[in-house]
Every structure is written in C-alpha cells, then in structure tokens.
Design a protein around this ligand. Structure first.
Ligand code: BG6
Length: 296
C-alpha cells in the first residue's frame, strides 16, 4: 500500500503473512524499516535522519549507484540514493516470488539533468519483497539502454544499517582470512585474521571477494542476522564510532553503539554493461533467534 511518510514523502508499506513488514521510500528507492513477526525493528534509522531531498536518509538501506564511496568523480555514493524513484508498473517477470504478494517494484531512469552528471541511459529496476518467513529480499536489475553504442561501468552497494543492541557485543562471521581495503588507511590492502570480527573502534573496510553468506551475531539481543548476496562479491563494514558520529549532523552522538553497516557491494571490480546488457544484484536478509543457530 502507498502511504505518506516523514515530510509527506511517499512510501510503500509491505506486510508479510505473519506480522512482518517493510517500508520503502520512493525517495532513494530506500528501505527504511524492516520488522519481524513480533513487530521488532531490525534496521537502524538515525533519530536525526533528514527526510528531505537532496540529503540521503541516514539509516535503512541506501542504494549506492553508480558509484560506491569516493571511488570515482561523482558525489559520494552516487546519486541513486537521492533521486525520486517511481513505481514500476510494467516490471519484467521475476523467476521467483511470483506467488508472493508482499513486494514492490520501483524504477529509476535518468532525467536530462542526471545525464549531464553521468552521460548514460539506463533502467534500474528494484524489487523489494518480504518472504513468507519475514525475510527481506532486494533485487536490483540494471540495464544499459544507451543508444550510442557505449558501454558503462559502475560500482554498487546495498548500504544496509543493521540495528544492534550494543556494537561491543557484536560478532561478524564470514569475513575471516579475507583481503580488505582499509578506507581509514588510504585504501591500503590488508588480510584479516582467522577470528570472527568484533568492534572496539571506528571501522571502514571493504572485504574483497567474500563468501555469499555473512552472519552478524548480536549476543545481547540473542539475534543473528544472516545476509546472503548474489552478484555482489565485496562486503563493506562500517561503524563511525564516537568521533565521526559527532561530526555527522544527521546522526546522534551515541547512536554508533546501536548500528552496524554490512554492505553487499561490488567495489573493487566495477561492473561493465554493454548496450542491451543487464546485471542483477541480490540481497537476502533474515533475522533468527541466536539459539536456533547454535552448532552451525
Ligand atoms: C560507508 C563508507 O559505506 O559509508 C564510509 O565506507 C562512509 O567511508 C559511510 O563514511 C557513510 O557515508 P555517507 O555518505 O552516507 O555519510
């Protein structure tokens, strides 16, 4: 259903069979809420988030396209997260989920203004779906519709802000022993050690060619997020910690304790599409009580 969100911005509310829900703003094609069957919010959105163009909403799942971070000449994280998307009334057939009614299809196409910043024609289709078990699924399909025969390249991320009870009690599994680029050390390349990742200071790393499954274990909440991705080889891990938190106008000073960004991404190797070619990048999130995961 279409509803009015903060500042009268349009949002789509999805409702799952057993009480789960999700909200997607047309502004940014931005998921701002994902709740489980018990109505508990699973994503972090800052209490200071500004729901007003051209500022991207601080929290939820911003979409970084066609540039991740400062890896290029465009504005930080590209422009998709601060454009007004439309409901896609004519989505292409999707292989799965056709019987599942809790989904919405959005589309972003460049305006004439946009084409001055990034001189390419494309169709970016985003499907956001709630699975029967309350899982949240995002599928992006990007097609090169250039008529001048030119290929284009981009980097991409689902910049997901997970809600956690206490960052100091959180562990991330699935990134051990991998190579990463450290944004806090001029993108130098390092190799992660064998242990699960824990947090005690600012972190801003791009893990390269990761497994498709990453787990975020929140001991205090006794909850595990499982992230599955497809078409997105890298994973960004970000927490601003106290100093950077204070420097961000749209982020509370202490909120870094209650969030963690794990971002399914394609950064190291940009994706190149020739005219007529389409790319697909999928993210699937589930949240399960930790006791169910023991022994796995
Ligand atoms: C992360 C980047 O993905 O996003 C960080 O790795 C950046 O370097 C962070 O600070 C937040 O970016 P922004 O533009 O939303 O403030």
């Amino acid at each position: 259903e279409l509803a009015k969100g903060v500042n009268g911005l349009d949002k789509v509310v999805l409702r799952g069979a057993r009480g789960s829900s999700a909200e997607v703003y047309l502004y940014g094609g931005h998921v701002t809420s994902w709740k489980n069957d018990h109505g508990e919010e699973l994503l972090f959105v800052s209490s200071k988030a500004i729901f007003k163009p051209p500022k991207a909403i601080r929290g939820g799942i911003p979409i970084c396209f066609p540039q991740f971070g400062s890896h290029g000449t465009l504005e930080q994280h590209g422009f998709a997260r601060n454009k007004l998307w439309s409901i896609d009334t004519d989505p292409p057939p999707f292989p799965t989920n056709s019987s599942n009614k809790a989904f919405v299809d959005l589309i972003l196409k460049p305006s004439e203004e946009d084409a001055k910043i990034w001189p390419h024609s494309y169709e970016f289709r985003l499907r956001v779906a709630l699975g029967p078990g309350g899982d949240l699924m995002l599928t992006s399909r990007i097609r090169n519709t250039n008529s001048d025969g030119k290929a284009f390249s981009y980097t991409f991320a689902y910049h997901t802000y997970f809600s956690v009870s206490d960052i100091s009690e959180v562990r991330v599994e699935g990134l051990e022993t991998l190579d990463y680029l450290d944004n806090l050390q001029e993108q130098e390349r390092f190799t992660e050690q064998g242990d699960a990742i824990t947090f005690e200071s600012e972190v801003d790393k791009i893990y390269l060619s990761t497994p498709s499954k990453i787990a975020i274990i929140d001991h205090e909440k006794k909850r595990t997020f499982v992230l599955r991705k497809d078409g997105l080889p890298d994973a960004v891990v970000w927490n601003p910690w106290d100093k950077k938190a204070k420097a961000m106008a749209d982020f509370g000073d202490d909120e870094y304790k209650h969030m963690l960004c794990i971002e399914a991404a394609a950064v190291e190797k940009p994706i190149t599409l020739k005219p007529g070619e389409e790319w697909k990048g999928r993210l699937e999130l589930s949240a399960v009580p930790s006791s169910y995961c023991s022994g796995q």
